[in-house]
Design a protein around this ligand. Structure first.
Ligand code: UD1
Ligand code: UDP
Length: 377
């Protein structure tokens, strides 16, 4: 009998990271009956990824509201996903990472006595409020899940420390690297795509150094984002020969202050969130990346681009350890000092270019699906 798997997700990074797993499950249709359900936590930012990877969801419970708060989002997802689970009656629910979609889908599965498998399990900062609410989301999913796909050995260790039986943990690498390889291949093997992207970004002159920026963490809302933006403004105004490209997250709590502080700076370009292939192309073209994103901390070391992380801690210590990423927090002076160091000191810059990637080899999804093929659940 085929195993019925329901995969549930709702945000941009989840779609990017579950795509390779969907792909592998679809290659194994004689083993699996796959249903894809979106929570719709994101809308435009998710659609960009669905279109690019041609993911065709079966169900969408459409929960996104402008400026949504966590209580409303969580309760809406739990109620609506419970109805979906009752109707589909899956043998297993697959969730990814640490979003509210993943947590709420896990608890809804638990209430309906359906087993959960967790992709990207075991990331921890051990600080409940940073990232907020992701640290508690992923910790609670680990309590609920019965299969844990940990991306790295450090993630596996974190789970073991919390008492999870090692027989239930499988170290797979991170599926983000699978997606990154698939997408980079498309860019550099298909001349037509490369040409289209070159044209789209022809305003970035080849002789200019480009800094790529993203930011969206809830714990950085308010003063911390203001500090980060003021640092970017300071650096741009004193280095007219560089260009800063910032695809701004659609959350109004990020978009409004970004426009207010950075909107008029000549060599800072605020643009809409980019489709995945465009973003990967820009990462390849960057001199430096400044971000609070989780996924980008994993992708950048593969592309040998240094990353300054505008957070106080990270659940991804691997890149920090090998030196390809550095935590710079949210203090303007410290951010400015670190950007200047990488712009002006070649030796410091070279130190951050590391030739191995701790997050995977592009085969994580295969490993996950091979395990699911053999496992009885
Ligand atoms: C969410 C996840 C975070 C993940 C991030 C990736 C939670 C609590 N947070 O944060 O873990 O790192 O996604 O980007 O699960 N919006 C739109 N269109 C979109 C998406 C968002 O307009 O396509 C706006 C809406 O006003 C929405 C707001 O952004 O209310 C916040 O979205 P939300 O999903 O709650 O939080 P993120 O900050 O995106
Ligand atoms: N990304 C994208 N377009 C953008 C910015 C980021 O496609 O304009 C991709 C990026 O390559 C990475 C993922 O989105 O794979 C990261 O998403 P985000 O930073 O929103 O979430 P996080 O990883 O912090 O959960």
């Amino acid at each position: 009998m085929k195993k019925k798997i329901l995969i549930i997700f709702g945000t941009r990074p989840e779609a990017i990271k579950v795509f390779p797993v969907i792909n592998e499950l679809n290659k194994n249709k004689k083993y699996f009956d796959l249903k894809i359900c979106l929570t719709g936590q994101h809308k435009q930012m998710l659609n960009q990824v669905l279109d690019f990877f041609e993911i065709k969801p079966h169900i969408n419970i459409n929960v996104m509201r402008k400026n949504q708060n966590l209580e409303e989002l969580t309760s809406n997802i739990i109620t609506k996903i419970s109805s979906v689970i009752k109707k589909i009656k899956p043998d297993l629910v697959l969730v990814h990472g640490d979003t509210t979609s993943s947590f709420a889908a896990s608890i809804a599965s638990f209430y309906n006595k359906v087993k959960v498998a967790h992709i990207e399990a075991g990331l921890r900062t051990n600080n409940l409020y940073s990232p907020w609410p992701e640290e508690i989301n992923r910790s609670l999913i680990s309590k609920i899940a019965q299969i844990h796909f940990a991306p790295t050995l450090i993630a596996k260790k974190n789970l073991e420390i919390e008492g999870i039986n090692r027989s239930k943990i499988i170290v797979t690498g991170n599926t983000v690297i699978d997606s990154l390889f698939i997408t980079s291949n498309k860019i550099f093997k298909l001349n037509s795509i490369k040409k289209r992207l070159e044209k789209k970004f022809s305003y970035i002159k080849k002789n200019k150094r480009m800094i790529l920026v993203t930011g969206h963490r809830r714990e950085n809302f308010g003063k911390d984002f203001e500090n980060i933006f003021k640092a970017l403004k300071y650096v741009a105004e004193r280095n007219k020969e560089i260009i800063i490209i910032y695809p701004v997250h659609l959350n109004p709590k990020v978009l409004l202050p970004a426009k207010k502080i950075l909107g008029k700076v000549k060599n800072i370009k605020l643009i809409k969130p980019l489709d995945y292939i465009s973003f990967i192309y820009l990462m390849h073209r960057s001199y430096l990346i400044i971000t609070d994103s989780g996924g980008i901390q994993e992708e950048a070391p593969s592309l040998k681009i240094p990353v300054l992380v505008t957070r106080k801690n990270s659940e991804r210590p691997e890149a920090l350890k090998i030196g390809s990423a550095k935590l710079v927090g949210t203090n303007s002076k410290i951010i400015i000092k670190n950007i200047f160091k990488l712009l002006n000191n070649k030796r410091e810059y070279k130190k951050m270019i590391i030739y191995n990637n701790p997050y995977g080899n592009g085969k994580a999804a295969k490993k996950i699906v091979n395990f699911l093929k053999k496992k009885n659940f």
